[in-house]
Design a protein around this ligand. Structure first.
Ligand SMILES: [Zn+2]
Length: 374
């Protein structure tokens, strides 16, 4: 007797996030909240954690130049900590420990500038002169998840682990500010210069550290980050004048300019631009600092080609043309709600979907394709 051949088609009615976020808003207008939730969903599809990530978002006037400021809560020397005497973003520590180490405390505080001319849409079609909130929230959450360090320069002296909350006055945090004890963060342990090598081996604090921080020659030497950057250490923003919160905690602006795949984690946002994917280096940095990356997210994501389209064929399959390589494809309903996230290069099944208009979106492309489910 012949055995039947059974083909399984698995359809995700909703994305199954690898990490989930709980967001508390302080003054965020209701119409701005979906963009922030979208940014959290994007990171949630990339990183794995069994512990929900608790974020407090404050809508606050930050002055003329800043778009957002983020404070991660921190933990060190927790059960399973990969590197001792080193600060980890608390949500990363929770993910590694597999249990909540900070019950009752938020993991991340994000301030978003209430004075900014924001684009609140989810489709990445950011008008000239406006800042795409999904993009900036994605950037800020990236800091909260651990793309952040504890470098500081006072006079000529550089230090790790001496950042004070009062440095950011009048901003405050919902969680107790960790006493950093002069210890570096896990991100800091990967900072290097050609002349001085690993910066965490230098005296802390020291003028040597201060010189390195403003050398314009700081690089990140994590294995995964180097691997996705063609064997080169990605360059970190380290301008000649130290800027607390910008220097040594971003990719270098001019190396990864607007329009390139790694632009998200550079220090300056651009009006009229959208980027809804962190890019290969940022994802690899997350992996280097200890995050488990969701299994369907490669660390070799590339910006997809612009010439692609989505359509429903006569057999009721949603087909994609022009995708050269498998890519994550987000399907949104007409109100912008994420209904599916799959990785494909040609087709996904839409059997059982409600009739209506949908949008297909490639992370990072900033372009949406409309299609109709008949
Ligand atoms: Zn930033």
């Amino acid at each position: 007797m012949r055995k039947p051949i059974i083909a399984f088609a698995i359809l995700l009615a909703a994305p199954s996030p690898a990490a989930s976020f709980t967001i508390t808003h302080f003054g965020t207008p209701a119409e701005a909240q979906p963009a922030i939730e979208r940014a959290a969903e994007i990171w949630g599809s990339i990183l794995h954690s069994d512990v929900p990530i608790k974020v407090a978002v404050s809508w606050f006037p930050l002055g003329a130049s800043a778009l957002g400021v983020t404070f991660p809560n921190g933990r060190k020397d927790f059960p399973g900590a990969p590197v001792a005497a080193t600060w980890y973003a608390s949500c990363l520590a929770n993910s590694i420990a597999g249990t909540e180490l900070n019950p009752g405390e938020d993991d991340i505080n994000v301030y978003l500038n209430s004075s900014t001319n924001w684009y609140l849409g989810l489709d990445g079609n950011t008008p000239a002169g406006q800042y795409d909130l999904v993009t900036i929230a994605l950037h800020e959450l990236g800091h909260g998840l651990g793309f952040v360090g504890l470098a500081k320069k006072t006079g000529n002296e550089g230090s790790f682990g001496q950042v004070l909350l009062s440095d950011f006055s009048p901003l405050i945090t919902t969680f107790p500010w960790p006493e950093q004890e002069g210890l570096p963060g896990i991100f800091d342990r990967y900072l290097t210069t050609t002349a001085q090598g690993q910066l965490h081996f230098l005296a802390n604090p020291s003028t040597a550290l201060g010189t390195a921080f403003t050398s314009n020659q700081v690089f990140f030497n994590g294995d995964y980050a180097v691997a996705v950057n063609a064997g080169q250490q990605p360059r970190i923003y380290a301008p000649a004048v130290f800027a607390l919160g910008s220097s040594c905690v971003h990719l270098n602006e001019s190396t990864y300019p607007v329009g390139t795949p790694n632009e998200l984690m550079t220090p300056f946002g651009s009006p009229g631009n959208a980027n809804h994917w962190p890019g290969p280096i940022a994802v690899a940095v997350m992996r280097d600092i200890g995050w488990t990356i969701a299994p369907d997210v490669g660390t070799d994501e590339i910006r997809p080609p612009e010439a692609w389209r989505a359509f429903v064929d006569v057999e009721g399959h949603l087909r994609f043309q022009g995708l050269a390589t498998p890519s994550a494809v987000y399907i949104l309903d007409i109100s912008g709600r994420l209904v599916s996230a799959e990785r494909t290069d040609h087709m996904i099944s839409i059997a059982g979907w409600s009739t209506g208009i949908y949008l297909a979106q490639l992370p990072g492309s900033g372009k949406s394709m409309r299609f109709v489910v008949p």
